[in-house]
Design a protein around this ligand. Sequence first.
Ligand code: ZN
Length: 60
Amino acid sequence: MEKIGCAYCGSERPKEEMIRGEITFRDRNPITGKIFINKKTNWYCKDKGCAGYDQMAYEG
Ligand SMILES: [Zn+2]
């Protein structure tokens, strides 16, 4: 069975117990040094709210 690691807590769980979450965060352009809003999509635990916690971690 395929297992996926949670981007927040690191648990490895079957795909059915995981959910995709889109995180927005501040990033810096390596060339211009300007701050911009970036997005990425990670896998998180469906039942633990890890996507929300990870978003909060990025917001500081
Ligand atoms: Zn998790």
